[in-house]
Design a protein around this ligand. Sequence first.
Ligand code: 2AM
Ligand code: CA
Ligand code: CA
Ligand code: CA
Length: 280
Amino acid sequence: FTAVHPDEQKFFNTALGLVKSAGRIVREAFEQPASAVETKSSNTDLVTETDRAVERYLIDGLHAAFPDHKFIGEESVSGGAKIEWTDAPTWIIDPIDGTTNFVHRIPLIAICVGLSINKELRGGIVYNPITNELYTAQVGTGAFKNGFPIHASSTQDLSAAVVVTQLGSDRRPEMISSFIQSYQTLMLKHNAQGNRSFGSAAINMMMVAQGSVDGYIEYGIHAWDVAAAAVIIREAGGTIISPDGSPFNVMGRCVLCTGTPQLSSTISTNFTHVQFQAEA
Ligand code: 2AM
Ligand code: CA
Ligand code: CA
Ligand code: CA
């Protein structure tokens, strides 16, 4: 690990402490009867008081420690607003990834905090406070789950692979049918071993990072879904690119990650006709 900022380690450790404490807020809410659920842009786009409370807790804590840092948080970015990403140390935050799971009391949710400096993703924390699984990585350290090293899979062949796919946020009929068609090719022509959807982009990516599944592809994700997880995937030895084969762009609204570049390439080749619109 070579810091690009003299206080980078302190930044990371402070965030780690806050994420662990924020886990209590989520856990306590998860054990209570469900509170009010509101919708944002559509009936699939949910938010609860807990999403807002956790984001406020994390941003307040980090802002108090580092007043000149910037924030990109899901519940603070107003709908459709252009995200401003600068060279300043920036915290990219998803207070609860998997709000639909949270609302349904499915214990697959994650608090995600990523750190960028000079627009480079430097550190990632993904914490499932229900199962108490804490994933961490900084550039050059390797990736860890509850302190133990994790590694992405070495599977190159789709016929030996379990792949995670999800419908994503663009629910226009042409998007869904083109996506399902690509998925069908993946499963039937290439005979993939299995498919899963865990309902949280970050959990999907941690499944790749720890080698439980071999690949994950999704259109419609946002920076806060993937920023922290991207660092962990790379440090676990996995690859992360755009589904069209171009380099990963955290603001690009889509992601393909796998244990091996060979598997990325096969999946990418099968998803060339997806009619995705980032704005939809
Ligand atoms: P969230 O729970 O933080 O909103 C599931 O496909 C992933 O996409 C989750 O990580 C979820 O994050 C996000 N997601 C779910 N519904 C969405 C929607 N309607 N618009 C944008 N992102 C969504
Ligand atoms: Ca959301
Ligand atoms: Ca999310
Ligand atoms: Ca969220």
